[in-house]
Design a protein. Structure first.
Length: 205
């Protein structure tokens, strides 16, 4: 399966995906990396791994439609079959979501549907979890649709929130879970084991 990775930051989930491929856990290849941030660490990881990498921001184009067309051209040029959002901080244009319906996944640092939606990203999620008094958190891999964090849930894993956890401590604990479950979810997609019906998704044995 040819995977395009979209990332905005340092690229730790992208690196986890690469590691899974290199260790023959994930039967796939990264065909291209796209970032809206020219300084993203994910671009550096891609270039050092000889993966084509592009900085593409909607600000570079006169309209979102033209931005979407350019992204789709790059995805087509690299024979993309699946998109993995790995810390991508922008909402995908609807044209891309429609073209890759049920073939886009995202990993979110909380147990959706809780602590999701617009504005809930990064440390803000962990701050909200701790402020709420929740005793459990975790990570979620879900299918991407046109709304923030609303697509069918594919895989989740939980952890306990300790009474003395800070947002930074909780973020590190959850990130380790993201690195563990995201490659496994992508493996299920690559092997055709993810089934989606309406707003429900599951992994077949």
């Amino acid at each position: 399966m040819n995977i395009a990775v979209f990332a905005s930051g340092r690229g730790s989930n992208f690196q986890a995906i690469l590691n899974a491929i290199q260790h023959n856990v994930l039967p796939a290849r990264i065909c291209v990396v796209v970032s809206n941030n020219s300084a993203a660490g994910a671009l550096d990881i891609a270039r050092s791994s000889n993966v084509p990498a592009f900085h593409l921001s909607s600000r570079q184009f006169p309209s979102e439609a033209e931005f979407a067309r350019q992204v789709l051209r790059i995805l087509d040029d690299h024979k993309t079959e699946f998109i993995a959002l790995a810390g991508y901080m922008k909402k995908l244009p609807s044209e891309i979501v429609r073209r890759f319906r049920h073939r886009i996944a995202n990993v979110h640092p909380a147990l959706l549907p809780a602590f999701g939606g617009q504005g809930m990203y990064g440390m803000k999620v962990h701050e909200a979890v701790i402020a709420s008094g929740c005793k459990v958190s975790g990570a979620t891999v879900h299918v991407v649709d046109e709304e923030y964090d609303c697509g069918p849930i594919v895989l989740q894993k939980t952890i306990q929130v300790a009474h003395d956890d800070t947002p930074e401590i909780l973020a590190a604990k959850v990130l380790a879970i993201e690195h563990a479950i995201y490659p496994l979810a992508l493996k299920a997609f690559a092997e055709g084991k993810v089934k989606i019906e309406g707003q429900k998704a599951w992994i077949q044995p």
